[in-house]
Design a binder for this molecule. Structure first.
Ligand code: DX5
Ligand code: ZN
Length: 217
């Protein structure tokens, strides 16, 4: 069963709590939280304060995507704020194995993200240690960008290694996911779809989520 993680990056921040309650009612499986620091990506968004504020609003796991430099310095803060899953970019971690252990020690699930230009091979040696692989299907930084189709082969590669080596990580994709691209991702092996603008840019979020899931069938 494909799972959906609406990205609140495209939500109406003036009523963020209601937005989260709305997508939870509509069947969302996770709340995807995009954390940007203005260094690793050219945008600044959410910090631990907001994560802490939204935690009591929802029963859904908070899937915290760290697009920041020096993630080691902030992992504990996000875990304390209520993150259930913490994902870090391979490109931002010099000692990725250490960073993954740090996340695990907080009790959160640990995931690694790779940008569109990063080959799957870059994370091959950490796959046995992680709960989630997040494959960027746009360059991180903004919502509403177009899906980069070359990433499909990478989703397939990550899925084939999971099968071959009997690993247990989930495969999540992020960026440009909509009714046109969702099925390509799930056919390639994705289990969790992040969708920002395709959910929150429509007035009926429940219908928007249903449309994305139905498009995968
Ligand atoms: C992009 C973020 C995404 C973003 C996706 O840097 O990581 O989570 O919100 O937005 P859409 O679905 O609009 O491409
Ligand atoms: Zn994201």
């Amino acid at each position: 069963m494909t799972k959906l993680a609406p990205s609140i990056l495209s939500a109406d921040f003036s009523k963020l709590g209601q937005e989260i309650i709305d997508v939870e009612k509509g069947g969302a499986d996770f709340i995807h939280v995009d954390v940007m620091d203005g260094h690793f990506v050219p945008n600044i968004t959410i910090g631990p304060l907001i994560v802490e504020a939204i935690k009591p609003v929802t029963e859904l796991p908070l899937d915290v995507h760290l697009m920041i430099e020096n993630p080691d310095e902030y992992i504990q803060m996000f875990a304390d704020a209520g993150a259930s899953i913490i994902t870090v970019h391979q490109e931002a971690c010099v000692h990725l194995h250490r960073t993954i252990q740090l996340i695990k020690r907080t009790g959160a699930k640990a995931g690694v993200v790779i940008n569109p230009a990063t080959p799957a091979e870059m994370i091959k040696d950490i796959l046995n240690d992680i709960d989630l692989v997040l494959i960027m299907t746009v360059n991180p930084g903004f919502g509403g960008q177009s899906f980069i189709y070359q990433t499909i082969d990478k989703i397939k590669q990550i899925a084939s290694w999971r099968e071959k080596f009997n690993y247990s990580y989930d495969i999540e994709v992020d960026g440009g996911v909509n009714t046109k691209t969702a099925k390509l991702c799930t056919d390639a092996g994705a289990d969790i779809l992040v969708a920002g603008s395709a959910v929150f840019n429509r007035s009926d979020r429940h219908q928007a989520m249903k449309d994305i899931i139905n498009a995968t069938k």
